[in-house]
Ligand binder design. Structure first.
Ligand code: ADP
Length: 694
């Protein structure tokens, strides 16, 4: 994708000719810190990093020109600690602070604190952040500016009866949103009046814990709208423009996972009107710098759109806009912050081709996309000839519970959407992660889906295509079984060769343990556990290939191994590339075979072991991840029905409700409200239901 790489940037000036900063502090971590460092370096600006104790060895720290410690791992003690960040900026001699996204990027007190400390905040004025900081206030403001908003209630009366009455007026389904919200937290869909009070209480609790503010607003819940947003940019000289739109409709838990630009199939009139509305929104609050105005487009509509919120910062998905325009938005932010005029005018901006971004997350799609933590034992991401990869981690790094579990953004470009989709499929097929669960296979299935390929995307896509997108334990194909077996055999052979070299007579056949037998071509057997199934593969060596027998069939196979786990498998004459990687676990070695972004894990087992059991964690009432108990809904002796909520754990600022897997009686409650729980610890013991003796 070199044509659209970040280095292709249209600028009118060089850093040396302007009053560009010499040194900028980046008050962030992960991929966005690395991304900003890249542009700073290209412009000759020294980049100062900051890091928490958990990030001592993080990639952004390694890339920064200098990096300052700002406190312990929890974000509130480090990346959200305004004093610590300002102290680091002043001590390092930075002139400006780039907040990235998340953390302090939309905190008006931080913008003001920068100003007071004589530092330039690379973002809009604190007044603009404040104006958009509350979703409710922003909607009022937008209504006044003539921008259409979703029908609902965004007033200040937060009384339950009043809100319930407003919800009835709006008409169910209704969406409750945290006014101070973000990241989908504190958001609840309510289908009927009877569920309103419960959903409101839960939304308020989540909002209070995530934002320290439990105020909510109500909106008509639109079924399957599209999320279309407009990138805006403004300088201090009165120029405000939009840099086209992005579609971010592929969402889980109301959060984006695949984004593209331009929005496919958008009516040109609607596109123009949206651009105009976005510029009006930015102008209404005296905006400066990069911002995004988000809209939803009702299902089936080609000309209606509603404002939902404005993000007063750079977005995660800014990369797709960069790729279709050849602009570097971080450079524009830096220039706008020094007081320069925008390098281009609205009529000089052009769209070239189509770009798509897929967010690779440490999360388990099969468990409602639950974030995962762990070590990235192996990490293969696509090379620059096929995709732009923005990441903040390397092989060997850990995804911790402290921060966002995104591993990388994989961004592709094509002449048109179909070309970009094809490229993304390829880019995902070249990726592999070992050590924790990711959404890689899920992304691969989304991109291969016929609806996605047709471009008829909306926010209901993932639910609607559930059957094709969630594989559960898809049976491993024969190619994967054969490749795993041949790989294990080659590891055995290498081990045998090594022990022969160590023996007194390295050439003695007796020193070998690879199944060699005098006067016979002995077979070897590899027994695997893959998912809940065991598979035995018998193999007899021939000259340069193996005769395999598995799943009741025979096949001639060979595996040519290249670097980085890349292999070419020949199975009955058909050749195919795949990646085969080993991964040491506490139980032994696992072999993972990746074919077209799907991965299958094979654990070599002792054939005398008992047969594969069901998932041992199934039915157990354990903590899904480290967190804190926020609600306890039962006590010992409570009779519960299958599906009934028992206990609520808050982890990564989200509430996880643990429900009864079967009917039963609570035998023991292991934790109290407020207590911390480790991942996998049993929370509640459930006994079989007491049968009525009658
Ligand atoms: P957050 O700031 O928490 O991410 P947003 O207001 O940006 O919340 O909404 C996130 C997503 O939720 C949107 O992209 C959209 O998919 C969905 N959404 C928001 N408002 C509505 C609505 N009124 N009806 C249907 N879906 C909505």
């Amino acid at each position: 994708m070199p044509r659209r790489a970040l280095t292709v940037v249209r600028t009118k000036t060089d850093a040396a000719e302007t009053n560009m900063f010499d040194k900028v502090l980046i008050a962030n971590r992960g991929e966005i810190a690395c991304r900003i460092i890249r542009t700073a370096r290209r412009l000759g600006i020294a980049a100062v990093g900051v890091y928490s104790q958990a990030d001592r060895n993080a990639l952004h720290v390694a890339l920064a020109d200098e990096a300052w410690p700002i406190g312990p791992a929890p974000a509130r003690d480090s990346y959200l600690n305004i004093d610590a960040v300002i102290d680091a900026a002043q001590a390092s001699g930075a002139q400006a602070v780039h907040p990235g996204y998340g953390f302090l990027s939309e905190n008006p007190e931080f913008a003001e604190a920068c100003e007071q400390a004589g530092l330039v905040f690379i973002g809009p004025p604190a007044t603009a952040i404040r104006a958009m900081g509350s979703k409710a206030a922003a909607k009022t403001l937008m209504e006044r500016a003539g921008v259409p908003v979703v029908p609902g209630y965004h007033g200040s009366d937060q009384d339950l009866d009043h809100l319930a009455e407003e919800a009835r007026r709006i008409g169910f389904p209704v969406l409750i949103k945290a006014s101070a919200g973000g990241g989908g937290r504190g958001m609840r869909i309510v289908g009927a009046a009877s569920q309103f009070a419960g959903a409101l209480a839960s939304a308020q609790r989540e909002a209070a814990s995530a934002f320290g503010d439990d105020r909510v607003l109500l909106e008509k819940y639109l079924e399957r709208p599209r999320h279309v947003e407009v990138q805006v940019f403004a300088d201090r000289h009165g120029s405000t423009l939009h840099i086209f739109d992005r579609d971010c409709s592929i969402q889980r838990r109301h959060q984006k996972v695949i984004e593209e630009a331009p929005a496919p199939g958008l009516d040109p009139e609607c596109r123009r009107a949206m651009g105009k509305a976005a510029v009006a929104a930015a102008r209404a609050i005296g905006y400066v710098g990069a911002g995004t105005v988000e809209f939803i487009v009702p299902s089936g509509s080609s000309d209606t759109f509603y404002f939902i919120e404005m993000n007063t910062r750079l977005q995660v998905e800014h990369a797709v806009t960069e790729v279709i325009t050849g602009l570097d938005l971080v450079e524009w932010q830096l220039r706008a912050a020094t007081g320069e005029k925008l390098p281009l005018g609205q009529h000089e901006l052009r769209i070239h081709g189509h770009a798509i971004e897929a967010r690779l997350y440490a999360e388990d799609p099969e468990r409602d996309f639950l974030p995962q933590t762990g070590t990235l034992h192996r990490l293969h991401l696509p090379l620059p000839d096929i995709a732009r990869v923005d990441t903040g981690v390397r092989e060997g790094d850990s995804v911790t519970p402290f921060y966002d579990p995104m591993i990388a953004k994989i961004i592709v470009w094509g002449d048109d959407r179909a070309a970009a989709v094809a490229r993304l499929r390829r880019a995902l097929a070249e990726s592999a992660v070992l050590g924790l669960r990711t959404n890689l296979s899920f992304l691969g299935r989304v991109v291969a889906d016929r609806e996605f390929r047709a471009g008829t995307v909306d926010t209901g896509f993932i639910d609607r295509r559930h059957e094709t997108l969630f594989g559960g334990s898809r049976a491993a194909p024969n190619e994967a079984v054969a490749a795993a077996a041949l790989h294990r055999l080659s590891v055995r052979e290498a081990g045998a060769a090594a022990s022969a070299t160590d023996s007194v007579d390295p050439f003695s056949p007796w020193a070998r343990s690879n199944g060699w037998r005098l006067g016979d071509r002995a077979g070897q057997t590899v027994v695997f556990r893959c998912g809940n199934k065991d598979a035995a593969v018998s193999a007899i060596a021939r000259d340069y290939e193996w005769l395999l027998e598995f799943r009741g069939r025979q096949a001639i196979a060979a595996l040519r191994q290249q670097s980085d786990g890349l292999c070419q498998l020949t199975l009955d004459g058909v050749k195919r590339f795949m990646r085969v990687l080993d991964h040491g676990t506490e139980h032994g070695t696992e072999t993972v075979v990746f074919i077209d972004s799907e991965g299958w894990t094979f654990e070599e087992i002792d054939p005398l072991m008992p047969p594969a059991a069901e998932d041992p964690s199934a039915g157990k009432l354990t903590a899904p991840m480290p967190g804190r108990v926020t609600r306890l809904l039962v006590e010992p002796g409570s009779k519960v029905r299958r599906g009934e909520p028992l206990i609520v754990v808050e982890a990564m600022k989200m509430e996880h409700t643990i429900a009864a897997p079967t009917d039963g009686v609570v035998a023991a409650v292991r934790f109290r409200v407020g207590e911390l729980v480790e991942e996998g610890t049993e929370l509640i013991a459930l006994a079989a239901p007491v049968t009525d003796p009658k």
